[in-house]
Design a protein around this ligand. Structure first.
Ligand SMILES: [Ca+2]
Length: 353
């Protein structure tokens, strides 16, 4: 049985995370589409184990974590704004990859305009300055009947890569009091050097509030996948994102997951938006960097749905070829609506009236 913490906020938060993890076992967990079933089961078990550890002192540890190093390049040459995504019929989903991507089916979307990049910390700061908005992680969960009182303190879930490879693989994700978009690794961390990185630790409602303020919306899953598939070859639907010359086309994870992010693609942890070149539509970072919220409810056949979840798309800087591998257009996973993490962000869309 997983070890249970004994006291305080950490214990309560752990129960909440445990409930989500057992319901949506891949919310925080990597999966290897090419691994044997037994390896997937072991991986899932380790993920569940790590969610049962108490919160740890974070700031100093996070600064040591290879996966959380601040990128050395503060900005990349990209303009803000939007690009037009043509409407039409297209094939969505896959039958030859992960089960949740099936069935492969033909759908159609109307034309829309999508943010060229993920919403950055600078853009989110402008929204907060204009509106005084406080995110869920800053407010906490007081009064939410779904969250036990002892774990309603403000905070968020932070990926903490073990600096020492001998550290047991059971502390990758830690609920961190005080973590939020301003303090991505918790107290002691800041946005210094990261204003052009995608905002993280935002819930679905936080993202939607920003979109509404901007006069826009979050994409549906079909819209997001239409954009991500546009102009790509069938082979690109299964392979890691690469340019024609073999260089990296997205910010993903290289090395031994979870402790050995080498940053071979130029960045360990999140990167400034726009560092990996635009796709055929002119969009950046649809794959990799951070997962992106969509409007669609996430349904899991045969599992309870009392923890509202939305579809996340695109994978993140934590997706490697050996774990996760969800840096593909059809890949998807659930995100619990009222909980952000250090690898979930968003971008917005505008539709014709
Ligand atoms: Ca990377």
């Amino acid at each position: 049985m997983p070890r249970r913490p004994s006291v305080g906020v950490a214990a309560g938060r752990t129960r909440y995370l445990w409930r989500m993890a057992t319901r949506y076992p891949f919310v925080f967990c990597p999966a290897n589409r090419s691994a044997a079933a037994v390896r997937q089961l072991i991986g899932a078990a380790l993920c569940l184990l790590q969610l049962c550890l108490p919160a740890l002192p974070v700031a100093a540890a996070a600064q040591r974590a290879p996966g959380l190093r601040v990128a050395s390049t503060p900005t990349c040459p990209v303009s803000p704004g939007e690009v037009r995504v043509p409407g039409g019929k297209f094939t969505m989903g896959m039958d030859s990859a992960l089960p949740e991507e099936s069935p492969r089916r033909e759908v159609s979307v109307r034309e829309f305009w999508m943010d060229r990049t993920e919403v950055t910390n600078a853009q989110f700061a402008a929204f907060v300055k204009a509106t005084g908005y406080r995110t869920q992680a800053e407010r906490g969960w007081a009064g939410n009947p779904q969250v036990p009182k002892e774990l309603q303190a403000p905070g968020s879930v932070v990926f903490k890569a073990p600096a020492d490879p001998d550290v047991p693989e059971n502390s990758w994700w830690v609920f961190t009091p005080g973590a939020n978009w301003r303090h991505p690794e918790g107290p002691g961390s800041s946005l210094q050097g990261r204003l052009q990185h995608p905002v993280v630790h935002v819930t679905y409602d936080d993202a939607l509030a920003y979109a509404r303020w901007a006069g826009r919306d979050l994409p549906t899953e079909a819209e997001w996948e239409r954009a991500a598939r546009y102009g790509k070859t069938p082979g690109a639907m299964l392979e890691p994102p690469r340019n024609a010359d073999g260089t990296y086309a997205a910010n993903t994870f290289q090395g031994a997951f979870p402790s050995g992010d080498t940053g071979k693609d130029g960045h360990a942890g999140t990167s400034p938006v726009g560092c990996y070149g635009a796709d055929k539509l002119g969009l950046y970072d649809l794959l990799g960097n951070v997962w992106e919220w969509t409007r669609d409810d996430y349904r899991i056949t045969g599992q309870p749905t009392d923890e509202p979840s939305r579809v996340l798309k695109g994978g993140s800087y934590l997706c490697s070829e050996h774990f996760c591998a969800r840096y593909r257009p059809a890949a998807r996973q659930p995100g619990t609506e009222n909980l952000g993490t250090s690898h979930i962000g968003f971008r917005t869309v505008r539709r014709a009236r």
